[in-house]
Design a protein around this ligand. Sequence first.
Ligand SMILES: [Zn+2]
Length: 376
Amino acid sequence: METYQQKLAAARERVEEVTPEALNVAAGLILDVRTSDETALGLIPNAVTLPMDRVKAEIRSLDVQPGDRIVLYCAVGERSLLAAAELLDAGYTNVASLAGGMKRWMSLGLPTTSPSGLSDLSRRRYARHIVMPQVGIAGQQTLIDARVVIIGAGGLGSPAALYLAAAGVGTIGLVDHDVVELSNLQRQILHGTADIGMAKVTSGAQRIREIDSSVSIQPHDTMLDSSNALGILGSYDLAIDATDNFATRYLINDASIHVGVPVVHGSVFRFEGQLAVFKPHETACYRCVFPDPPPGDLAPNCTEAGVFGVLPGVVGTMQATEALKLLLGIGEPLLGRLLTYDALSQTIHTVRLKRRPDCVACSGPPPPLRDHPEYC
Ligand SMILES: [Zn+2]
């Protein structure tokens, strides 16, 4: 094994070093490879921040050509040497490291700028959000700080997870205890053929990291039940009910009322989908609308009833839409409304939902959680 000092010596042999006095900050790309804690204290003017461990993976997202000038810097000029050597290996030919790093830059009294809340990389990634007044930099920062849990990494959870990750939601919890099966792939686009046999939360986390490695994925490889529901839901800002069974749906509803977390509910059956947003003690809850599940023989799950493959794509994407609206506080979320979607006729209807004064879940203090093995 090469030691750090040996790696550094090898990099110093290959990488050009420039002095702070000789650095032209107006030419080429100036890349700050320090951590966000370090860059918060100030940057070299025009520098773009990209932490060292992400340089190799994300340099392409900065639109630089292999021959373009790239000068990297860190605190003292060591990490930047190593990262520059990685860029040489990746085919970038005009790469240099700032000798002495930010420490030397500041000791010479050269100018620095204070970074804005969003890194340059985030500004570029979310440029189409940031230009919209309804989102802007503040809204994007809200999404980055948000925590959303998706219960069910299947047909509905797949598009919801993909779009929330792409939109910049910073922490995404995935709850599922199943493994990927061949018959899932007709609709569960979070998973691929190579993932068959893998835990869905593992496969889903891998796919989300391909979209954005900075999203924090919290895999919960477990079945949601009365013993863990409060702990899981209670550590998020928002829950997406992407389950396929009534037992979990009622449990999510009851737990959400205990912990005060809004739920974006979705369900699919053959060609029909349903969507609603339940906000504890403000809108009707799932039990206000459906006090009891249908009897087992009238409530076939997806396996038995079949589902048009694209339908959960539509409904799960609508769930992501509602989640983003709720987090940003924009538009008119489906609060206290039930949307029904018919894929065959391509029609959408919404109806208002009333709170039930005698609802067992939300009219008084919420009852203790219990599992419903009798529900399908
Ligand atoms: Zn209720």
